[in-house]
Design a binder for this molecule. Structure first.
Ligand code: SF4
Ligand code: FES
Length: 321
């Protein structure tokens, strides 16, 4: 962050503090206490609704157009409000730990520049209490792009003349139970990925030397075979695609695009010996059958994976088997 600058940005942060009973259980409260979920029982959708205190807090701080939203949150945490909770680690788009909803769009805090996201007051899209942007029709993406361009112009004006760069609205990643402020519990996604054995299962036959000793393990692969899954192996399990998916984030039973990407990564790996088992595992009502090909999952993958296209291909592969 610059030492001195004459521009500011306003962050409207959706904050959340869970009910005290939850914190009590996390500390190992009485095992005889009433067992009610802090996120409610019943439907999956209801289970993802937060139970606790929710409010929107506004922070206006000095910022430059090229600063990231993560830079701004760290400034707030260090100089304004140490109680604000958010998660991050690498700070440059590699770990996937800081996915949130920015102006209703799931994305990473550390790669979101103020210039690209700040909007003039009143221009923010309506975001519902589950963090979804209200989209009226198919032109929503075009409108979003036009808004982004207009917003970048006004941000450049502010940078040249001083004043407010605009307003940015932040909420936790949609589709996951919020834990505190901008931190969502992404365990449901990680558990789904774990269930699909996200590691190489090769044939396990040991190569041996002419003397019968175990030789170096070697799984040769042609560059064309590598190209089939190399892009998929870039997934950092950030959850952006899951938060963008109206089926997963909408609360329907669906293992989610991230888990399918991880499954697809190994199904397409020529060294893996369990492709058929892997396809059986996702050939379920809440697996590939639940994907409705909306392709919202493709729009903001920070690793450049065309998630919707990969979904399409894995669905076809499972059906053709
Ligand atoms: S496919 Fe992309 S958006 Fe989805 S979890 Fe992986 S890196 Fe994130
Ligand atoms: S902090 Fe690691 S991806 Fe943003």
């Amino acid at each position: 962050m610059a030492e001195a600058n004459n521009t500011t940005v306003t962050l409207q942060v959706h904050r959340f503090t869970p009910r005290a009973e939850r914190a009590e259980r996390a500390r190992g409260g009485s095992p005889f206490a009433r067992k009610s979920s802090p996120f409610g029982g019943g439907s999956d959708s209801a289970a993802r609704r937060p139970r606790g205190k929710q409010w929107v807090q506004e922070y206006t701080i000095p910022a430059r157009p090229e600063d990231t939203v993560l830079d701004c949150l760290m400034t707030i945490k260090r100089t304004v409000d140490p109680t604000l909770a958010f998660r991050y680690s690498c700070g440059h788009g590699m770990c996937g730990s800081d996915a949130v909803s920015i102006n209703g769009t799931p994305t990473l805090l550390c790669t979101a520049a103020i210039r690209d996201w700040a909007k003039q007051p009143g221009a923010l899209p309506q975001v519902d209490d589950e963090g979804f942007r209200h989209i009226g029709d198919e032109t929503a993406d075009d409108n979003t792009n036009a808004e982004a361009e207009a917003s970048a112009d006004s941000t450049d004006d502010a940078a040249a003349h001083g004043g407010s760069l605009g307003v940015i609205e932040l909420a936790p990643l949609p589709g996951f139970p919020p834990q505190r402020d901008l931190i969502a519990d992404i365990d449901p996604m990680l558990n789904q990925i774990r269930k699909l054995t996200p590691y190489l299962e090769a044939d396990g036959v040991l190569a041996t030397t002419s003397e019968g000793k175990v030789d170096v393990f070697e799984y040769l692969q042609h560059p064309d075979q590598l190209a089939k899954y190399e892009m998929l192996s870039n997934c950092i399990a950030c959850g952006v695609c899951e938060g963008s998916c109206p089926v997963f984030a909408g609360g329907d039973a669906f293992i989610g695009p991230a888990a399918l990407i991880w499954s697809s990564r190994f199904i397409n790996d020529s060294r893996d010996a369990k492709a058929m088992d892997r396809m059986d595992a996702i050939d379920t009502a809440d697996g590939v059958a639940a994907c409705q090909s909306v392709r919202a999952c493709s729009r903001h993958c920070p690793r450049g994976i065309d998630v919707g296209e990969e979904m399409w291909q894995i669905v076809a592969k499972v059906r053709e088997r």
